[in-house]
Ligand binder design. Sequence first.
Ligand code: SAM
Length: 276
Amino acid sequence: MTLLSLRETVRQYGLLASKALGQNFLLDQNITDKIIRLSLKQQNKASFSGCHVAEIGPGPGGLTRSILAAKPSSLTVVEADVRCIAIMEELKAQTEDVVLNIINGDALDFDFSKEILPPRQLISNLPYNISVSLLIGWLHQIAAFEAMTLMFQREVAMRINAPVCCKDYGRLSVIAQLTCNIDKLMELPPECFTPAPKIHSTVLLFRPKAELPSKDVLTNIEKITTFSFGQRRKMLRQSLKSCPRVLEQCENMNIPLTARAEELSPQDYLMLAQAL
Ligand code: SAM
């Protein structure tokens, strides 16, 4: 028995894309192979041998097939749509040398440290409607991962990677850049997907920084950036009015209270949070 093409799989299983589940499928194996190839190359790896990979939202399984071809020690797929679980079961029946674990559940509730052995790689063409919530949750436990290869809508990827003073720079940039080294792997136009979305997409590779902020410091950074970027056009004196200790610390660090949130670097936010 050989695998059906991805398009034939989608047709046979009647997998009409659900907007609510953020389903835009990658049905071109050349593209999914390229995502995996670029991720491995950036990590100086020839394969995923020795790694335990988790894929969020395998859908009809294009990216899943490319991950399996890179020979991880195990692959765990977490998928909310029960229709895709049947497709995964068929793929499992034809997979010989990789352990394929199939979980029908919500990725927002999935505990990677508990369910998957290290070293862990996380890979996903993310459901865009929950991509930021998922990413923030994973950044809080980034030490659990060796790397994360994730596809976002281009605007979100720009926010993640934005430099100081840029209009896209915000909370997400600060938290992502303080916890990870981030590489852009590729951009994909809408026509690569079925159905084609209205937006472009970007694949990013996240690898944890050697030195990570502690849990408490990260929580403080979230609090400070919520206030400062919550009123991003206002001066710190105003936006951080309800956090007098942070304002005091700004003065100690020679950060003018007339500055705006976007003028402080991730490192500035780290030092403010460490001082609390
Ligand atoms: N990986 C497939 C591909 O590249 O063709 C599908 C990607 S599609 C953009 C997102 C996938 O995530 C869908 O299969 C969808 O059903 C699944 N999904 C959506 N919300 C989810 C959730 N909360 N937990 C797990 N999977 C979810």
